[in-house]
Ligand binder design. Structure first.
Ligand code: KG4
Ligand code: ZN
Length: 340
């Protein structure tokens, strides 16, 4: 079975083809970063319009790269949520219409399910069950994964998502959008001894997160500093260290609470090197294993949607002809895939 995957939930147009035999045949990504950079964040209406411009050419590019005819495609998967409603509609309508015109089934994919299954595209994937730490611009979740569609949310952020906290902290330090990678790069030059930021919500039981206080702490530290380049780098370092340490504390709790020693890290912030090191050390100490997608599949992409859709289509699931998107959508509301 060959499945075309389409991702348009935010500011990246991603397209890929995943096949039962052969795995990932082709993938392509167009990022709207330049379009939104001058506004310091994603402008939803501009995002939708740009997806309209880029999606069909990108689909053509991926079909050409995979060397398949359209009649060799057996299904279409599109991200139906969570995300920006206009952006989602572009991918959902295009995907649904293409599937209808090709006479194949379509499937609506949950964006975060895409992220959490992304490590399955790597040579040494985890087996079920595992724990997933999903860290993106819109979400911060710890999930117990029994199988595809069988998810239990163990903890989540009660305010900002972790990527959002990276982006806002980067912005207050005067770094360009999107701030996460820029802050991470700057943190390498920072002195880890200079500032110690709080580890939010680690002094009480539970697996929820909170990041808005950390952002305020960074703001106050910045205001009280002389605001030179070294201050900027030292604050970036302290912020990154506090996030990585907080994640490690919560993941250790989740591992011990569930007795599950396989940890998946996925979502854009999963590309963060310091977080990977810190969680890698943790899992080694716990006698467990850690799994990541390659960095380009940590951030939004079409490959993870093609893969998730492929698993669901292969199990006989499909979306009706009417098109709907779900901008707010809990992972716990998904249909399970039997035997997965
Ligand atoms: O998964 P993603 O591409 O989009 C959403 O689903 O939200 O995640 C984007 C987020 C942004 O907040 C971005 O700043 C952050 O991931 N990010 C990083 C890094 N690379 C991307 N944050 C910290 N360090 C990085 N290396
Ligand atoms: Zn994402």
């Amino acid at each position: 079975m060959r499945v075309l995957g389409i991702e348009t939930s935010c500011d990246e147009t991603g397209v890929a083809i995943y096949a039962t035999d052969g795995g990932l045949l082709a993938h392509a990504l167009y990022s709207q970063i330049e379009l939104h950079a001058r506004y310091g964040g994603v402008v939803p209406e501009l995002a939708s319009r740009d997806h309209i411009r880029k999606l069909l050419p990108l689909i053509q590019e991926v079909i050409d790269e995979a060397g398949v005819e359209t009649n060799a495609l057996d299904g279409v998967a599109y991200t139906a949520g969570p995300g920006l409603v206009g952006a989602l509609l572009v991918g959902a309508l295009t995907g649904r219409c293409l599937a209808w015109s090709w006479g194949v089934p379509a499937i609506a994919v949950h964006h975060m399910e895409g992220h959490l299954l992304a490590p399955m595209l790597e040579p040494d994937p985890p087996g079920f069950p595992f724990i997933a730490l999903l860290v993106s611009g819109g979400h911060c979740l710890l999930v117990e994964v029994e199988g595809i569609g069988r998810y239990r949310v163990l903890g989540e952020s009660i305010d900002d998502a972790v990527g959002e906290a990276f982006d806002k902290t980067a912005k207050l330090l005067g770094l360009p959008y999107p701030g996460g990678p820029a802050l991470a790069q700057l943190a390498r030059q920072g002195n880890p001894e200079r500032f110690t930021f709080p580890r939010p919500m680690t002094d009480r039981p539970g697996l929820d997160f909170s990041f808005s206080g950390l952002k305020t702490f960074a703001l106050n530290t910045w205001r009280e500093s002389s605001q030179d380049d070294q201050d900027r780098a030292d604050i970036a370092r302290a912020f990154e260290e506090a996030v990585a340490d907080t994640m490690a504390i919560k993941c250790r709790r989740a591992v011990r609470q569930t007795g599950n020693r396989q940890l998946v890290i996925a979502g854009g912030v999963g590309a963060n090197q310091r977080l990977r090191e810190r969680l890698g050390d943790l899992m080694q100490a716990e006698g467990g294993h850690i799994f990541y997608p390659r960095p380009e599949f940590c951030t939004d992409n079409g490959a993870m949607i093609a893969y998730a859709g492929h698993q669901r289509l292969q199990a006989g699931q499909s979306a009706p002809l009417s098109v709907s998107v779900t901008p707010r959508w809990s992972l716990e509301d998904l249909d399970p895939v039997e035997n997965a």
